[in-house]
Design a protein around this ligand. Sequence first.
Ligand code: HSE
Length: 439
Amino acid sequence: MMKEINIGLLGLGTVGTGVAKILIENRELISSRVGVVLNLKTVAVKDMNKNRDIRIDHRDMTDDAFKVVNDPDIDIIVEMIGGETIARDLILEAIENGKQVVTANKALLANQGTHLMKAAVEKRVDLAFEASIGGCMPIVKTIRESLVGNHIKAMTGILNGTCNYILSKITDDGSTFETALAEAQKKGYAETNPTLDVEGTDTAHKLAILTALAYGMEINLKDIYTEGISKITPMDIEYARQFGYRIKLLAISKNHEDSVEARVHPTMIPFNNLLSNVNGCLNSITVSADAAGDMLHYGYGAGMMPTASAVISDLADLARNLASESSGRIPLLAYQVDKIKKIRVMPIEDIVTHYYIRFAAQDHPGVLSKISGALGNYGISIKSVHQKGRKANGSVPIVMLSHTAREANMLKALKEITDLNSVTDKPCLIRIEDENYEE
Ligand code: HSE
């Protein structure tokens, strides 16, 4: 008879339900591959009597999640509750009890991952988190296992399905921000608090974990520059299109050895960049590595079944480790614990890139020269200037594309420009990532 591994599932929300469905419906398939039976023993829920689109025997359910993490017959805990307090306490108690843990809780890992991982290492248990980044895409496995022989040089990703859905809907269908967000919420992509999505925090959580995995450094969320999509206007999306760009919320990470860039912000990328064609709730990430070269992952980054697919992949790994008594075989953060360093995250002011800047200014003689003068004062060279559109409230939009500039200089110039009487609104700045852009 095949060995059984007992699973305790905490939470039956969108992803938890997907996990239960796969474990129940694909039980034979999974065991024929893994070599052990993944047995869903107990499911912890908040409300036992809630109507659900999955049938689970009441005898296999409990409303006491702590009972599950303390059940000696359970081998692996799958934490699908979310949040950073009860979920953390449950994970720590599970680890303390010597159980393996799977989670998709990126916020918890980004904020308290170092503590959780330390606890797991001390107990020699696995804490798996593939589903926390990019839904079904096996990006954690890729970095931690497939690229083990590579120096990773850079990663660029679309890592939030909700933002990508909203931007795609505004760009391609002329939707409003609010309608697109409501649709993303209905489809189950958005976080319970969608501000985490639209303000870029969810992407920053994922980037913090990826950056640590890729470069052998501690998880460092607080230094990641984070800007969301709530200030992107249809006007900027249209200008971007005219310049041959689409606007995407990108997670960008570059390895400079003694420091790293790790930033999240709306970015203009050319139509011929593969990421510019990743639409809807789809996610994608490119990784540049010294031996492998460039590689690309593409897939559903949110939603019930794609995210559940990644959870099952972790479950299979952990079950195999248990069966072969090799838990702890793969280091949780990709590097041996004593090799993990503190590496400085470059402040946004230090980055050097190209910029799209849009001003609302009065249509008077001399206004343009004042704006370009302020940019010139900080050594910023303008690649092109466009004054387009009609007068709105007595002002016109002036759009400029810059040559390579240092962000600190750009910010100082924008401050000076904002203070001009003839400039009627705060400037809009969007960074451009374009390999073929003239310096
Ligand atoms: N809210 C997240 C997203 C879910 O929209 O991508 C997946 O992490």
